[in-house]
Design a binder for this molecule. Structure first.
Ligand SMILES: [Zn+2]
Length: 593
């Protein structure tokens, strides 16, 4: 049956609502993929085109999960509080958990995730090591009661996730599954046309097992990612290691050797002012930053100092980890024993000092003299001051050497679209999900969990694939592969429409998802909508139809090309297939083109 745009619910908009800031949010509304539900923030209805694109992503996810032995299940969205109490998370999950009661007053939540529920299933059904490993997944709505839902599908309160959970005899078997899922995720995102980087997060944070986040590179991303263009190193900018450099790399204009020299720098306080006053590069200065650290272990709050190259930013997370503080705030004048604008490490006492390893290894440096209006030149760590704790304290930035291979790093923002986690026995121990090993000994199952934000992936695809005119779908995800657009007036219009119907049928017969724009609209309106919705291919039937020709144009192409009407379906089908579009094995295309 021919799909007719006149009957399809695709309410395109010329303008996006004012509160839609991101390209994906704007374009998904304008192209008629989704609508907000009433006045409710963060709740969206997917319309036919949005649902179709999501279904294609889901199909890719299913294929790749099934390929590594995943078994699809479907657990309730509503979960009893009891399971969450057993894991200890009911009390700590916080306000993002959507909680409810039934008529008997029993407590439940709308699942934000399913570790507890899946672990419950495994403890009831798995008895023996012979039943392991087990990899279960589902594609389902999840709930997060965001305080400020915004950015459309990127941070909705109800969203679609693929979540998977694996159960193993030991860490080794978990590691094998983790690699399988990691590889499957790489294939899934590549097939969706997404440019992603797998970021290795701090393994210490989740009990010694690994975790990777898959970040889709896009300006709308919530996190900053540094990555290597030469090898596969990638890290969150908060986590990224900044490689130490050799001492002689940093030997500046001051030369080495000799004792520090005291110089007057009246009125110069900022790094720029000091460097300017002394005629040195900002990279030859070292700045000291004071924070008031608060501790959880009963130690009194007090100042700490961080010493780093003057042209670099401090990574407060790294400093926090080194000091053991739970909270750091910038110190104010009077809270430290030296004048803040002229502070330095030489002669600094009574404040714990944390020195970045570039400062410890390099120099000599220009530093504050702890005397208003004076600085010291030619200062070297260890010779002239005690560096205290030496550590990497810097925020990574583009151009830093890759810690793995040394190539200059790139830096982009990223949207987290997937994550893989080695959980270990955290949940199986808490919920007593045990199995009997080959020797008959009862052991907790070793677990992994693996998520993909499916609606997030859809929004990320739009973030990565659009221009000023609209969406540019990758062939694998596009709701339709090809728009067939009859134009003209009077009798010519009727001829174009009936030729368009036959062409749409011919495309469908070749497995191309085609839609016929049979609306009574001007050609300009039809073309604008086709660009906005972003069909990969467009065929126009108009004036040249009298010569047996149609105009064929890819979404990324500037100009259409003329092709014979009777060749169009075959040639378009070929290109759609090559781009990963189309439906299953070719249906009906038995005419041996
Ligand atoms: Zn590298």
């Amino acid at each position: 049956m021919v799909t007719r745009l006149s009957r399809l619910l695709t309410p395109t908009l010329r303008e996006a609502p004012a509160d839609a800031d991101l390209p994906s949010h704007r374009l998904m509304l304008r192209a008629g993929l989704m609508r907000r539900l009433g006045e409710a923030a963060g709740l969206y209805a997917l319309l036919p085109l949005g649902r179709a694109a999501l279904a294609r992503i889901e199909a890719i996810v299913r294929e790749e999960m099934d390929r590594i032995g995943g078994q699809e299940v479907l657990l309730p969205i509503v979960q009893p509080a009891e399971l969450w109490r057993q894991s200890g998370r009911w009390a700590v999950y916080g306000e993002e958990m959507w909680r409810l009661r039934d008529r008997h007053g029993r407590e439940y939540c709308l699942g934000p995730t399913h570790e507890e529920a899946m672990t419950d299933l495994a403890r009831l059904e798995v008895r023996s090591w012979r039943q392991l490993p087990l990899l279960l997944y589902q594609i389902q709505n999840k709930y997060r009661d965001e305080r400020r839902p915004r950015f459309g599908m990127l941070r909705a309160r109800e969203f679609v996730m693929k979540d998977a959970y694996s159960f193993h005899r030991d860490d080794e078997d978990l590691a094998r599954c983790y690699r399988d899922v990691y590889d499957a995720y790489a294939r899934i995102f590549a097939r969706c046309g997404l440019d992603v980087r797998a970021v290795r997060a701090d393994p210490g944070a989740i009990g010694g097992h690994g975790t990777h986040e898959f970040m889709a590179l896009a300006d709308a991303g919530e996190a900053e990612v540094v990555f290597c263009p030469r090898c596969d190193y990638a890290a969150d900018v908060e986590e990224a290691e900044v490689a130490a450099v050799r001492a002689d790399d940093l030997a500046g204009e001051q030369g080495r050797g000799g004792a520090p020299r005291r110089v007057a720098t009246p009125g110069a306080h900022s790094i720029g002012e000091v460097a300017g006053a002394l005629g040195v590069d900002a990279a030859a200065t070292a700045k000291i930053l004071f924070y008031i650290a608060e501790y959880a272990d009963g130690r009194a709050a007090g100042p700490v100092a961080a010493l780093l190259p003057g042209d670099r930013q401090l990574n407060e997370v790294k400093l926090g980890n080194r000091t053991g503080a739970v909270h750091l705030r910038p110190a104010e004048q009077g809270e430290v024993p030296v004048p803040l604008g002229s502070a330095g490490p030489v002669g600094l006492h009574d404040v714990p000092l944390f020195t970045d390893r570039r400062v410890a290894a390099g120099g000599p440096w220009v530093v504050g003299a702890n005397d208003e209006g004076f600085h010291l030149m030619g200062v070297v760590a260890r010779r002239d001051f005690d560096p205290g704790t030496v550590a990497d304290l810097l925020a990574a930035r583009a151009g830093d050497p890759c810690p793995a291979c040394g190539a200059p790093l790139s830096c982009r923002r990223g949207i987290e679209v997937g994550q893989v986690f080695g959980l270990g026995t955290k949940y199986s121990s808490a919920l007593k999900a045990h199995y009997l090993d080959a020797a008959g000994v009862e052991r907790p199952m070793v677990m992994g969990c693996y998520g993909i934000g499916v609606t997030r992936t859809l929004a990320a695809v739009v973030e990565q694939h659009h221009d000023d005119n609209g969406i540019i779908w990758p062939g694998s995800v596009s709701p339709y592969d090809c728009a067939v657009v009859p134009v003209g007036a009077g009798e010519a219009a009727a001829r174009a429409l009936s030729a368009g119907e036959r062409l749409t049928e011919a495309l469908e017969a070749r497995g191309v998802r085609a839609v016929l724009d049979d609306r009574d609209e001007r050609p300009g309106v039809k073309f604008k909508d086709a660009d906005l919705i972003g069909y990969p291919e467009r065929v126009t039937l108009g004036r040249s139809l009298a010569d047996g020709l149609v105009e064929w144009k890819g979404r990324r192409e500037a100009e259409p090309r003329l092709v014979p009407l009777d060749e169009a379906a075959g040639r378009i089908a070929e290109r759609v297939r090559a781009a990963g579009g189309g439906v299953g094995p070719q249906r009906g295309a038995t005419d041996g083109r």
